[in-house]
Design a binder for this molecule. Sequence first.
Ligand SMILES: C[S@@+](CC[C@H](N)C(=O)[O-])C[C@H]1O[C@@H](n2cnc3c(N)ncnc32)[C@H](O)[C@@H]1O
Length: 276
Amino acid sequence: MAAESDLSLELFKKFADIIHREASITLREHKLVLLSNRLRRRLRATGQTTFEEYLNYLQTHASEMRYFLEVITTNESYFWRTTANFDLLKKEILPTLLEQFPGAELKFWSAGCSTGEEPYNLAMELTEAMKTCGYFKYSILATDISASVIEFAKEGQYTGRKIEKIPPVLLYRYFRPVVDKPDHFEVRPDIKSKINFRVGNLFTEQNREIHMIFCRNVMIYFGKPEQEIIIRRFYDSLVRGGWLIIGYSESLHMIETEFKGVHFPDGVAYKKNGAT
Ligand SMILES: C[S@@+](CC[C@H](N)C(=O)[O-])C[C@H]1O[C@@H](n2cnc3c(N)ncnc32)[C@H](O)[C@@H]1O
């Protein structure tokens, strides 16, 4: 029986091809050990003893694809992550949107939302912002390629590291302790009701009339050609004058795009042609 660690380069390439076909993620050869380590869980879960057997299982059991793809996508997320992005939203972008689209329901999209912290955090920040900007209508679309993170997000129950950065006053304002689950907190129902969670692949889904997109810590998965495709799709999803915010360590610097980078004290945001 071959050891689980025997992931040959040839087999790695077959897995990498499937990953590219299904999720547009390019896995280079230096990720071979990483992939073999992560795939071990799936070998055990499906009762396969070698990577070759697992490849065969994957190709003959359509239901396994979702778990396979989850092995390579990293879903790390937590509340109050890179708060400068939210400061920029509240101080610079929101006032601009409210002026440009008076009375409209502002539509936000958390693209690659993982377990829901980003869209819930956004809803909480928008609700807080109403104390200074006045009431406005908004909704949030939150999508991710992974079905299991979307299920988790809909539950809206968090504990530990995921909530440790939330200022205590806001934790008690926007969450409720979960009965029978010590140290777990659930997002308030009115905040949950603002968010439409659904499974979606950034390379195939198309949204329209969005005022602002958050796509943080997602583009790092992709090579330049794939990044250009996603950024083009984001551009087409936005209203004129709409905005895109990406992760702190990401940039559109090397990418062919019509987005205009606008520098603010709290960071860069990307704007679609502002003519109305
Ligand atoms: C590191 S998490 C980022 C979560 C959140 N945006 C944040 O910054 O905290 C990256 C997410 O992107 C998702 N993802 C990767 N490829 C995707 C694709 N092609 N379409 C949609 N989501 C994708 C992963 O499943 C993962 O949940």
